[in-house]
Design a protein around this ligand. Structure first.
Ligand SMILES: [Zn+2]
Length: 300
């Protein structure tokens, strides 16, 4: 947990906001049915897209920043206890969806005024903060990043402008039945609409899980709702994620070949469906972070 004693008044205010962000707890966000149409028009507000990252063995501020495609300074800003640049294994840190800061908004202040003050576009602020007038707190993206400049703001973020390399492969030795598809789905248990950021491939517990393409392991460990998770960066702005694993056979920083065994099928974390499966994701790098893609087009 975060250490409140290190925090200033405004940090506590932020924490208050963060702790109410139920939708930010990992790979599954839930929305009432009526919010679906709205969600199609306006992206989920940045303040609701913070996630908690539990620091794993061997991870550094730099490796975590790379994992989320963020500047280390952004992570320090959101976590004042990391001022010395060191992270502690087992501690939780707040990860924002983009580089930027969270600020208090003065009564009556408009997006235009905030945009001028922080030298960012007013329309970007409006969109990143839920497409409504400012409330008490706002997320201000780093001035070189805004939703409208996804393809032209790469100078400070390696890889952003590189066209995605075309990778194809399959994360299991044989083709598996899809237990739950990617995208907006209706939760059969409670009827709520939520976004499923990957595809669930049914397979027996203990089945080996393979890298779909060569790359570098940037995460290997337990991560909340994902359970045991392996993340591979493939270069060219593409990443694959293998979740709900029973065991992990690779370690942070390891280079893997296509087909190399990463771990085995399990039921760790909070799987969407009860049958044993691999939760498999593809994410592409943009100035807005690692964005989930439909894995289908990468699986052969
Ligand atoms: Zn899943």
């Amino acid at each position: 947990m975060l250490h409140l004693t290190y925090m200033t008044v405004s940090d506590r205010l932020l924490l208050l906001v963060f702790s109410s962000l139920i939708s930010a707890l990992g790979l599954v966000s839930t929305y009432p049915n009526s919010a679906l149409a709205q969600a199609a028009k306006c992206p989920t507000p940045a303040l609701e897209r913070f996630v908690r990252h539990k620091v794993g063995r061997g991870e550094t501020l730099q490796s975590i920043a790379a994992l989320y495609n963020l500047a280390p300074d952004t992570i320090i800003t959101m976590n004042p206890s990391l001022k010395n640049g060191r992270v502690t294994t087992g501690s939780n840190i707040l990860i924002p969806p983009y580089n930027g800061i969270v600020v208090e908004v003065a009564r009556g202040q408009t997006w235009r005024e905030l945009a001028q003050k922080y030298k960012v576009r007013a329309d970007a602020l409006f969109e990143l903060n839920g497409c409504k007038p400012p409330s008490q707190i706002a997320f201000i993206p780093a001035s070189n990043q805004s939703p409208n400049r996804v393809s032209s703001s790469a100078s400070s973020t390696p890889g952003v402008n590189t066209p995605a390399v075309q990778i194809t492969g399959y994360p299991l030795a044989s083709v598996a039945q899809v237990g739950f598809p990617y995208g907006w789905q209706l939760n059969p248990k409670n009827g709520e609409v939520f976004f499923h950021s990957g595809i669930d491939l049914l397979a027996a517990i203990g089945t080996p899980v393979n890298a779909i393409a060569p790359g570098t392991v940037v995460f290997a460990g337990d991560r909340g709702t994902y359970g045991n998770l392996v993340i591979i960066n493939h270069g060219g702005g593409l990443q694959s994620r293998y979740a709900q694993l029973e065991s992990i056979k690779v370690s942070l920083g390891q280079q893997v070949k296509q087909g190399e065994v990463l771990g085995t099928i399990g039921q760790t974390g909070q799987p969407t469906i009860s049958q044993p499966h691999l939760h498999f994701e593809i994410r592409s790098n943009s100035s807005l972070g690692w964005v989930a893609q439909d894995p289908k087009q990468y699986m052969k």
